[in-house]
Design a protein around this ligand. Structure first.
Ligand code: NDP
Length: 292
């Protein structure tokens, strides 16, 4: 069975079950890969059950949203579509205009989830007001935040309407476990799911070190999986029998998309989880939120 995460019923929206692995889109629409390949990758992912698609007005300056729009042509209802607003566009009026621009690029009349990309200077209550207006207008179904640390989540929760926040999207992978110290437990207590970005540690040295780690490779081989699949299965592992983390790897190569979808069915036993903890220990003290 594919792993899922449930978003609770909130602010008039019924509960919804989502695949625990979705699709990221950062660097799509930049011309780094042929656009057709990016569109096809997203469509392949949709076909394989990776129906949550994460994008942002920031990515390729709107270009990633256009790629997503092309991929969703004629099949919008199959996707759970997430986009994000720049903090400096998250004002009472400006967030409405930014959302409308995103909708135009995406070729849809609504987002399933709209996130504040990171905390900024505009007071949060203004952003909440805009999100509530967008909900009332049917332009977004739910709202949430990204790159919020625990103090920022507490401030949000103390505001009227702040309790309707649907998710917090933060960096999380086996090589960066800081959120497990206090943010993740705080969110768990409140039934607030987490979206894990950079679940494959993006590109660069850290990713090579992580995917090439001998113990990770050995454990993946035992499972008949790739190191990347093991990383994804780890990020979305249930805690106390409950899954509440959705990983959103970005993949353009068809083999990667296929593997990421297969990771929805990979199960890690307690022995393996303990070995991963020994090789990649959780932090013992609070550190600032990791961001990219
Ligand atoms: P990821 O950790 O998802 O890494 C992406 C890289 O991993 C790509 O090079 C991709 O290659 C490769 N890859 C994908 N699948 C596999 C696989 N099965 N095996 C080996 N390699 C694989 O990094 P991202 O930064 O893209 O993070 C994921 C998403 O999270 C973003 O795309 C974006 O949507 C979101 N995000 C949100 C942020 C925020 O501030 N809220 C910040 C950063 C990301 P290829 O494409 O060639 O297949």
């Amino acid at each position: 069975m594919d792993a899922t995460v449930t978003l609770k019923a909130r602010a008039g929206q019924p509960a919804i079950e989502l695949p625990a692995i979705g699709q990221g889109t950062w660097y799509m629409g930049e011309g780094l890969s042929p656009r057709q390949d990016e569109v096809r990758a997203l469509q392949q992912g949709l076909d394989l059950g990776l129906t949550l698609i994460d994008t942002a007005e920031m990515y390729a300056d709107g270009g990633a949203e256009e790629v997503v729009g092309q991929a969703l042509k004629g099949r919008r209802e199959q996707a759970f579509l997430v986009s994000k607003v720049y903090p400096w566009n998250a004002g009472r009026q400006s967030a409405i205009a930014a959302c409308e621009r995103s909708l135009r690029r995406l070729g849809t009349d609504h987002l399933d989830l709209y996130l504040l990309h990171w905390p900024g200077d505009i007071p949060l209550d203004e952003t909440l007001e805009a999100f509530e207006r967008l909900q009332a207008q049917g332009k977004i179904r739910r709202f949430g935040v990204s790159n919020f640390d625990i103090d920022e989540m507490q401030a949000l929760a103390s505001l009227p309407g702040g309790g309707h926040c649907a998710v917090n999207q933060v960096l999380y992978h086996l090589g960066s476990r800081g959120i497990e110290h206090s943010l993740l437990p705080w969110q768990r207590e409140r039934g607030l799911p987490t979206m894990a970005y950079c679940p494959l540690a993006q590109g660069g040295r850290l990713r090579r070190e992580l995917l090439g780690h001998p113990e990770l490779q050995a454990m993946a081989a035992e499972l008949g999986a790739t190191p990347a699949q093991l990383l994804l299965a780890w990020a979305i592992r249930p805690v106390d029998g409950q899954r509440d983390v959705i990983a959103i790897p970005k993949a353009v190569q068809p083999a990667h998309v296929q593997q990421n979808a297969e990771a929805l069915r990979l199960r890690l036993n307690d022995d393996l989880l303990a070995r991963l903890d020994a090789a990649f220990p959780p932090l013992r003290r609070k550190e600032p939120l990791d961001i990219v």
